[in-house]
Design a protein around this ligand. Structure first.
Ligand SMILES: N[C@@H](CCC(=O)N[C@@H](CS)C(=O)NCC(=O)O)C(=O)O
Length: 217
């Protein structure tokens, strides 16, 4: 059954890998599943054909036979369930890996997204500098807590899992800000994720997609 995911026709990041199709590509690469990509323009994303796949008019989506999924977390979990490289077989270890996926998406990603909102949508507001320092403080606190938990380990809970894939995907968004530099263990953790062959393939694929001429996609 062919797997089809959707991605920005042209990612606003120009191929830095920050759009959420990259985490889905990464999961597919980790488990060795081939996939196709359907590009979607900002306009098409809000039209009924795409809204039938994604109620909020966003990417990524995932189609496989008669299954359609949206939400990168749900998609990565669905992929991870197929292979123990992303989810351990042992029940408690599996539950902990899923916990880290939720932690990435609901305890770490939202505060990082606030930074993006301030920088790109609220930068011209008179209060944006003040808000920026509050948001940066909240991010630093989360990073400190995460670094404390990671300690000297390579991954968050034993072997690499979908929990690490999601946490690293979320932390990658901080790279341009330089905020990770104050937390060398987290910077090294992110670098370990980026060094995985599956991540490299996913990154290269989205880069090629975002730098190709539209007729190539
Ligand atoms: N919670 C969703 C967020 C999806 C999301 O924000 N997608 C972005 C791209 S990374 C998007 O489609 N933005 C365009 C828009 O919202 O119009 C997920 O994890 O999949």
């Amino acid at each position: 059954m062919t797997i089809i995911i959707t991605a920005f026709e042209r990612s606003p990041d120009g191929g830095k890998g920050l759009a959420r199709d990259t985490r889905v590509r990464w999961a597919l690469e980790e488990v060795g599943l081939a996939y196709e990509v359907r590009p979607v323009s900002f306009h098409a994303m809000k039209e009924s054909a795409h809204l039938a796949l994604h109620p909020f008019g966003q990417i990524p989506t995932y189609e496989e036979g008669d299954l359609t999924l949206f939400e990168s977390g749900a998609i990565v979990l669905h992929i991870a369930e197929r292979h123990e490289v992303l989810l351990p077989r042992e029940a408690n270890a599996r539950a902990r890996a899923i916990t880290w996926m939720f932690a990435a998406l609901s305890s770490v990603e939202p505060v990082i997204l606030e930074l993006v909102t301030i920088k790109f949508l609220e930068g011209d507001k008179p209060w944006s500098k003040e808000r920026l320092s509050l948001v940066e403080a909240r991010i630093r606190e989360r990073l400190r807590q995460l670094a404390d938990r990671l300690g000297n380990a390579d991954w968050l809970d034993g072997a690499f899992s979908a929990g690490d894939l999601m946490m690293i995907s979320v932390l990658l968004r901080l790279k341009p800000s330089g905020m990770l530099d104050a937390f060398p263990s987290l910077a090294a953790y992110v670098a370990r994720g980026e060094a995985r062959p599956a991540y490299k393939r996913a990154y290269a694929a989205q880069l090629a997609f975002n730098t190709a001429t539209p007729s190539d996609n």
